[in-house]
Design a protein around this ligand. Structure first.
Ligand code: SAM
Length: 282
């Protein structure tokens, strides 16, 4: 158990600074103040960060911390903080640690009794979820699906039963493939596809996956977030209940095949799932 105060006089501290996801006006005065007080800025892409800092007339030494050197760079930053240096970490856009490096650094800080304080800012999925018109009470953030189709399919199979709103990050070159996969595995759910958030070309599509798939895919450019409504089937049924339902329709004179199809349609249960259960139980 640890209890770490962020702003005690002798506290060692790492700042994680959220950067704008598009509109530079969202870089807060607190972010600027904190960065101005730092000795060293660690950045996912030092070139992008230097460009950003230049726009706010800030000049600071930078060091790279990205996916490929995350372990070594995180340890190096812990050393620097322990030596007394004031250090902040910024990823390219949005919050560090959210589909970006930062988690490992935070973990090492806590292990080393270093406070971690976050300077708030833009986060693409929070922005998209808030304006999705889909239930925001409970949600599940998945980030990027695997780039390997079989793995992406397995990930979606696992998410399929979740009642929570689902959140995915996506890039324009994969959007069509991903929407088709969502349709195949999750069914034709209501989604909100949001792109270029906070930028001049910000656009939000609302509708069934099949409807969104009917738009010209080449018009869906830029960075995007997909918010998917959760599984709203009213009940989850036990194997015994599923068998009972199939038997009910068989007893009404339906063939086994038709009974399975009817149960699948009426109760929104996957046909293959019913078949597997029937194979085991009948
Ligand atoms: N750390 C970031 C955050 O807090 O949102 C996410 C970084 S992740 C590497 C980049 C992905 O975030 C993009 O592929 C896209 O899915 C989403 N994203 C970032 N900026 C966005 C924007 N302005 N509009 C829509 N999606 C955005």
């Amino acid at each position: 158990m640890k209890r770490i105060k962020s702003f005690d006089k002798n506290s060692k501290i790492l700042y994680l600074i959220a950067t704008p996801i598009g509109n530079l006006g969202e870089f807060s005065s607190r972010a600027i103040e904190v960065i101005n007080g730092m000795d060293l800025i660690a950045a996912e892409d030092t070139r992008n960060t230097l460009d950003l800092l230049r726009k706010f007339n800030i000049s600071k030494p930078t060091i790279s911390l990205r996916e490929h050197n995350e372990i070594e760079a995180s340890h190096k930053l812990i050393e620097e903080i322990n030596k007394g240096k004031k250090v902040a970490y910024m990823s390219d856009a949005g919050y560090p640690g959210i589909s970006d490096p930062g988690y490992l650094l935070c973990k090492l800080c806590v292990e080393n009794d270093i406070a971690v304080s976050v300077v708030s800012g833009g986060c693409a999925f929070i922005n998209a979820l808030t304006s999705s018109s889909i239930d925001t009470t409970h949600f599940y953030f998945h980030g990027f699906l695997s780039s390997k189709p079989v793995e992406a399919k397995n990930e979606l199979e696992e998410l399929k039963g979740k009642k929570e709103t689902l959140i995915f990050y996506e890039s324009p070159h994969r959007i069509e493939q991903t929407l088709k996969l969502l349709l195949e595995i999750l069914g034709d759910r209501f989604i909100s596809l949001q792109r270029e958030l906070t930028k001049i070309n910000e656009e939000k599509l609302y509708g069934k996956i099949s409807e969104v798939l009917s738009v010209d895919m080449s018009s869906l450019k830029g960075e995007m977030v997909i918010i998917v409504s959760g599984n709203d089937s009213k009940e989850e049924f036990s194997d015994t209940e599923i068998v009972e339902k199939v038997n009910f329709f068989i007893n009404k004179g339906m063939s086994k095949k038709d009974a399975i199809e009817t149960v699948s349609e009426v109760f929104k249960i996957r046909k293959n799932h019913i078949k597997e259960i029937i194979k085991l139980k009948i």
